[in-house]
Ligand binder design. Structure first.
Ligand SMILES: NC(=O)c1ccc[n+]([C@@H]2O[C@H](COP(=O)([O-])OP(=O)(O)OC[C@H]3O[C@@H](n4cnc5c(N)ncnc54)[C@H](O)[C@@H]3O)[C@@H](O)[C@H]2O)c1
Length: 266
């Protein structure tokens, strides 16, 4: 028996990085994983990888900011698997640069994915979870940038800080409803995913070169290195499973010590 055996998990932005790692670990632990992303090529490749390893996966193309598509994707999930137990609101983009250089269009585009996408995950996944009898776990991927300020990432930080308090508020709504649904946020630090390569092109007037996560981690992470996406996925597995049955409204910080303090290396 896996730790999430026979549960149904919906993961957004799951074609790459942290979302893909969540899909792999939840499938390995027995869940049926619904993978959605705007990137159909990588999404379909991940579906094939998981199913050929003996897991259960279904990919659907989805832009998390598109409300009409949310209804279709959740309806398709219920048609195929008949229930929903876990939702991971993971899809996100990061637009780097001085806030005064940021256009309103980029500010809104980032919030559409990072914040509207999380709101729509809750709006469409919670009713599907409530249709079952086993409660559920809603996991929102925020960031250390949702816990403290980040220069050159002000818009991103604002979206991730909002996700942190949205998770706590949703946790209270679900607790008040007595629906057995737990809601928690996850706060990764510096993780080895393609998001850093995309930094160069995320905004029209963005950076000229990708950011190097190894350099950033060496300077700012007490453990001295960036994390592998699987190290975040393991935390998500804990929140998704019954091991975390008394956790709701909590923040799971997986950052190599970044927000705890700073160290002087020997
Ligand atoms: N990598 C890090 O260091 C780090 C740190 C803290 C938080 N995060 C957060 O983790 C989450 C995953 O990021 P990642 O590092 O794996 O990045 P990633 O770029 O590897 O993966 C993000 C995925 O989201 C998808 N996506 C983008 N816009 C979308 C949309 N509108 N609808 C659906 N899918 C969309 C992309 O196609 C991609 O597959 C994000 O919310 C990010 O903000 C990442």
């Amino acid at each position: 028996m896996g730790q999430v055996q026979d549960k149904v998990a919906f993961i957004t932005g799951a074609a790459s990085g942290i979302g893909a790692a969540c899909a792999r670990v939840l499938a390995k632990e027995g869940a049926h994983v619904v993978i959605t992303d705007v990137d159909a090529v990588r999404g379909m490749a991940l579906e094939a990888e998981i199913t050929s390893a003996g897991g259960s996966a279904m990919f659907m193309t989805q832009d998390v900011a598109d409300e009409a598509r949310w209804k279709e994707c959740v309806d398709e999930t219920m048609k195929r698997f008949g229930r929903l137990d876990i939702a991971v609101a993971n899809a996100g983009i990061a637009i780097f640069g001085p806030v005064l250089d940021m256009t309103l269009a980029d500010w809104r585009r980032q919030n559409a994915v990072n914040l509207d996408g999380v709101f729509l995950t809750a709006k469409y996944c919670v009713p599907a979870m409530r249709a079952g009898t086993r409660g559920g776990s809603l996991i929102m991927i925020s960031s250390v940038a949702g816990l403290r300020g980040s220069g050159m990432l002000a818009g991103y930080s604002a979206s991730k800080g909002a996700v942190r308090l949205f998770a706590k508020s949703m946790a209270m709504e679900c607790a008040a409803a007595g629906d057995g649904i737990r809601v928690n946020s996850v706060h990764p630090g510096i993780i080895l995913t393609p998001i850093w390569e995309k930094a160069a092109t995320a905004a029209g007037g963005g950076l000229n070169a990708p950011l190097n996560p190894y350099d950033l981690a060496s300077a700012g992470v007490p453990l001295g290195k960036p994390a592998d996406p699987s190290e975040i996925a393991n935390g998500v597995l804990c929140l998704a499973s019954d091991m975390s049955s008394h956790m709701t409204g909590a923040e799971l910080v997986i950052d190599g010590g970044m927000t705890a303090g700073s160290v002087r290396r020997r």
